[in-house]
Design a protein around this ligand. Structure first.
Ligand SMILES: Cc1cc2nc3c(=O)[nH]c(=O)nc-3n(C[C@H](O)[C@H](O)[C@H](O)COP(=O)(O)OP(=O)(O)OC[C@H]3O[C@@H](n4cnc5c(N)ncnc54)[C@H](O)[C@@H]3O)c2cc1C
Ligand SMILES: *[C@@H]1O[C@H](CO)[C@@H](O)[C@H](O)[C@H]1NC(C)=O
Ligand SMILES: *[C@@H]1O[C@H](CO)[C@@H](O)[C@H](O)[C@H]1NC(C)=O
Length: 383
């Protein structure tokens, strides 16, 4: 049980009870933004989840603690233009909010820095002008002159972005939600349980008004499972790098001709500890192997030895941990929408794949716009 937090079931209340299913970066971001939106506070917020931040060992069914995490913008692809445009919009809302949060809360670990992408075989939309990836929509965006590019790289781009320490940021969000509830007189109940379906929420919180479905990939147990969802396995290495490198101030992504992506993401430190770095990674759709695979680690280190030799400590990588996480992907893109059917209104927010952090606060804003509309509709219906 989480310290100092009630997990009691509140039955039969007439006041508004709001349920968030899922306590990953999406569920917690919805709660965090909700509590800062005038006029939206319910009497009680219930966050129901199988896993919460801070648990050790970290479950492989819980994606958020395993992430990098950085913001890597992407040009809209012709084959998924609509979904890309919507998700790219989420990233821009998130970017703005991350700036404010970084300034107000250094303990959030959000750190703004340079981002660089190097591509050996750039898809045609990586021309530096396409929507989502150009100087009008990114700060300090520039195409890197050919003469400055590493060997074999056809094109490279730079922009301002941010990195954050995923497990620490989740703890920060959870503490903020707790503190904001206290300050605003909203009762907060964290409840640890594995839901079989969203209908089961009504057994636990009979007075539930609305459910936010922020369950990532997890709710697959009954007939309401969305068949478009699938997992993309990601194996990465957490590195200690005690000496000074450029990666303290820059996150770099390299796309190889063989289709492999090799990236370095700083994990900004807390409490005076040295920074660590995420070196990745794999993108393996349909691969559900939860144990780290030596073959994958070796392939990542082999690529990084050539691309990022600065990360070596006396000719070896100093690996603190091997991570395996599963990105909650969805064919057709993420689902952020209202479903008004029984058992009651559900606002879905899942399927963010490999971009749950960089879209999180934009997804939350979209959810809250839907929620505001729903509240308006209801108060009109009462008249
Ligand atoms: C290797 C790797 C690197 C990544 N790098 C980045 C990056 O650089 N930038 C970025 O933006 N994103 C990155 N991501 C993606 C990001 O981690 C995910 O998009 C994000 O964590 C998804 O968050 P979520 O809240 O939707 O899901 P989750 O974090 O999985 O949370 C789901 C929540 O729902 C709960 N739940 C699920 N099912 C049930 C159930 N039946 N009953 C009760 N509770 C349930 C879980 O317990 C959990 O609390 C990366 C991912 C991986 C694996
Ligand atoms: C809720 O989210 C899950 C993904 O975790 C999805 O499969 C499901 O269809 C969504 N809706 C309901 C009603 O469970
Ligand atoms: C590139 O990716 C493939 C498929 O994931 C993998 O089998 C191969 O080992 C990788 N190559 C390198 C050099 O990492």
């Amino acid at each position: 049980m989480l310290p100092g937090i009630s997990t009691e079931v509140v039955a039969g209340s007439k006041m508004a009870d709001l349920v968030i299913a899922g306590s990953g970066v999406i569920g917690l971001s919805v709660a965090f933004e909700l509590l800062q939106s005038p006029g939206l506070q319910p009497a009680r917020i219930h966050i129901i989840a199988q896993h919460f931040p801070g648990e050790e060992p970290i479950s492989h069914e819980f994606t958020s603690p395993w992430a990098g995490a950085h913001f890597r913008p992407f040009p809209h692809r012709p084959e998924s233009f609509g979904a890309d445009r919507r998700e790219s919009g989420y990233t821009r809302v998130t970017y703005k909010r991350m700036k404010t949060i970084a300034a107000e809360h250094p303990e959030s670990t959000i750190e703004f820095m340079k981002g660089a992408d190097y591509l050996e075989q750039p898809p045609s939309e990586y021309d530096g002008m396409s929507p989502g990836y150009n100087k009008d929509s990114l700060e300090n965006f520039r195409e890197i002159p050919k003469g400055e590019l590493p060997p074999n790289v056809k094109s490279g781009f730079e922009y301002t972005t941010y990195c954050l320490n995923a497990p620490e940021y989740l703890g920060f969000l959870q503490r903020q939600v707790t503190a904001l509830c206290k300050a605003k007189g909203v009762e907060l109940c964290f409840k640890r349980m594995t839901l079989r379906s969203l209908a089961q929420v009504y057994e636990v919180v009979p007075s539930c008004d609305v459910i936010f479905n922020c369950t990532g990939l997890g709710l697959q147990l009954d007939g309401s499972y969305d068949p478009s969802c699938f997992a993309i396995r990601g194996q990465t290495l957490l590195l200690d790098v005690p000496h000074k490198t450029k990666f303290a101030a820059a996150t770099v992504t390299h796309q190889g001709r063989d289709g492999n992506w090799t990236f370095v993401i700083k994990r900004p430190p807390v409490g005076g500890k040295p920074a660590q770095y995420i070196l990745g990674g794999t993108k393996q759709p349909g691969d559900n192997c939860v144990t780290p695979r030596d073959m994958d680690s070796h392939a990542i280190m082999e690529r990084a030895r050539a691309l990022y030799p600065e990360l070596l400590c006396e000719s070896e990588f100093s690996v603190a941990r091997v991570n395996v996480g599963f990105r909650p992907a969805r064919n057709g893109g993420s689902r952020v929408e209202l479903e008004s059917a029984s058992p009651g209104p559900v606002i879905h927010a899942y399927g963010l794949g490999g971009m749950g952090y960089e879209t999180s606060l934009g997804v939350a804003e979209h959810c809250l716009r839907i929620y505001r509309g729903l509240k308006c509709q209801r108060s009109k219906a009462k008249l």
